[in-house]
Design a protein around this ligand. Structure first.
Ligand code: NDP
Length: 452
């Protein structure tokens, strides 16, 4: 069952029945049958439709933000900001798609060849609830320009976002069978992946979902992109403005109520500034103690996406404390609704679950590093490898540390975030493949070698 439950109040707003097996079969048939015509259209024609989709998202930004606020508790201004990035992504691929898909001549031994860049077929997208519009955009925009068709299964708490996105794309001129939303359940995914008409799958979500989808896709030899969790390190080597460092790093962690895969989740601070950082951070996060209505722009602490999510994060915090971590700030689960005070933990050691697991909520763990090498060691002591950030006043030192961090992305003197033209993705248990930028259009591409 898909449903909308307001996480600020816990009230059920709408239920939507799952697609039946027959409906799923029909949906697969539609995207499969639509592929030959869509791929035959010229790249500029598809790009023009994608450019119109950008306008559609822009026009409906307020409505989309309100839907996200209701479905998963996103603060209204963050929702508008998310739609702004979505618009950028559609515009980026509309503008750059034709150049990114141009033939690439290469000299080879004994002659010449050309690499053409074409689509591979009908794709399945499985998307999460934390950025209901952005996650879909970064999969859909490049693949529509490339010429693939799309069957989209959104998170079961986001049916309204799913419907609105489908409407916007169709209104922009994406043929109805080129982009099809399905309310399939995750139990129906193996059947979809086993269907020969589906050529590949992209999932953003939990490690568990990633493992299951990768296993099914592997069995069926389907190309896969996985964007999974992270426990990104934020390394602070030194600072000439501690207030600014504390403000920026706390804000980065609290964005989207801590539910971003690439949020900085482990602050790793050199010993000489550790006490001052922890002291100021604990004072700073107090502004995220008062629960508020996420549709009110002055709200600092919105709910998490669901009661289950808030309970799970609160349980992770309690377990860390039971296992010996020190609670420096917050930690209180607030009801009614899915609220959790911003929380700061220190003295987390490798024996504790919180050391290695991802905490997907407003929780900061601060580690003390004895020196630069120790900071790198702590940063890399994680099963994940999504993003990281390095903060300090010495640009060479920042780069030296960045080069040693095992992650798909490293940001210098800034944390996380995402933009249309910068490739995004992880290594280790954070996933496979890249989205956004030039790399994002290549994942489901047939780079065909034509020997001249
Ligand atoms: P899930 O991974 O369960 O959900 C993400 C998407 O995957 C949803 O569409 C979901 O469908 C689908 N899904 C879930 N299980 C399967 C499966 N076995 N096969 C196919 N599809 C599946 O995320 P949760 O909502 O449970 O969030 C839990 C954790 O996931 C978080 O704590 C965080 O670690 C991680 N996460 C990471 C995100 C990221 O941006 N990288 C985003 C969201 C979550 P349905 O909703 O119907 O279950």
């Amino acid at each position: 069952m898909y449903s909308v439950t307001d996480p600020a109040s816990g009230q059920l707003v709408e239920e939507v029945a799952n697609s039946t097996e027959e409906e799923v079969r029909v949906a697969i048939g539609r995207v499969y049958d639509a592929y030959p015509d869509w791929r035959r259209r010229s790249v500029p024609e598809r790009a023009a439709i994608v450019a119109r989709a950008a306008e559609g998202f822009e026009e409906r930004a307020d409505e989309l933000a309100q839907i996200m606020t209701l479905e998963m508790g996103k603060r209204i201004n963050e929702g508008r900001g998310e739609v702004g990035i979505v618009v950028d992504i559609f515009r980026y691929y509309a503008e750059h798609g034709p150049a990114l898909l141009a033939d690439e001549p290469i000299d080879i031994k004994g002659g010449n060849a050309v690499i053409t860049k074409g689509p591979i077929g009908a794709l399945l997208g499985i998307m999460p609830w934390n950025f209901p519009c952005y996650q879909v955009a970064r999969f859909v925009a490049p693949n529509l320009v490339l010429g693939n068709t799309i069957l989209l299964k959104h998170a079961s708490i986001c049916p309204r976002s799913a419907r609105a996105i489908e409407e916007i794309l169709h209104a922009a001129g994406v043929p109805e069978d080129v982009y099809v939303n399905t309310f399939a359940s995750s139990r129906q995914i193996p059947g979809i992946l086993a269907d020969a008409r589906i050529a590949g799958v992209s999932l953003t979500g939990s490690e568990q979902a990633g493992i299951s989808v990768a296993a099914e896709a592997g069995k069926n030899l389907k190309k896969t992109v996985l964007e999974l969790g992270g426990s990104d390190p934020l390394v602070i080597l030194d600072t000439d403005d501690m207030d600014e460092t504390v403000n920026s790093t706390a804000t980065a962690r609290m964005r989207n109520c801590g539910q971003s895969c690439n949020a900085p989740k482990r602050m790793i601070v050199l010993a000489d500034i550790y006490d001052e950082y922890v002291d100021r951070l604990t004072k700073r996060v107090a502004e995220y103690y008062v629960p508020g209505d996420p549709s009110d722009p002055s709200t600092k602490l919105p709910p998490l996406a669901s009661t289950a999510a808030a309970d799970e994060v609160a349980a992770q915090v309690s377990k860390a404390i039971e296992q010996g971590a020190t609670l420096r700030a917050g930690g209180r689960r607030i009801t009614p609704g899915a609220y959790l005070e911003a929380t700061v933990l220190t003295d987390v050691t490798p024996e504790m679950d919180a050391y290695y697991e991802e905490i997907f909520g407003p929780v900061v763990i601060v580690f003390k590093a004895s020196d630069e090498d120790d900071a790198v060691r702590l940063a890399n002591d994680t099963p994940f490898g999504l993003g990281a950030s390095v903060w300090g006043t010495d640009a060479d030192r920042n780069r030296r540390v960045a080069n040693q961090i095992d992650a798909g992305m490293v940001y210098l003197n800034r944390a996380g975030g995402s933009q249309a033209d910068l490739p995004f993705g992880g290594i280790k248990r954070s996933g496979l493949g890249r989205e956004l930028g030039p790399a994002g259009i290549e994942e489901f591409m047939n780079k065909k070698s034509i020997r001249l």
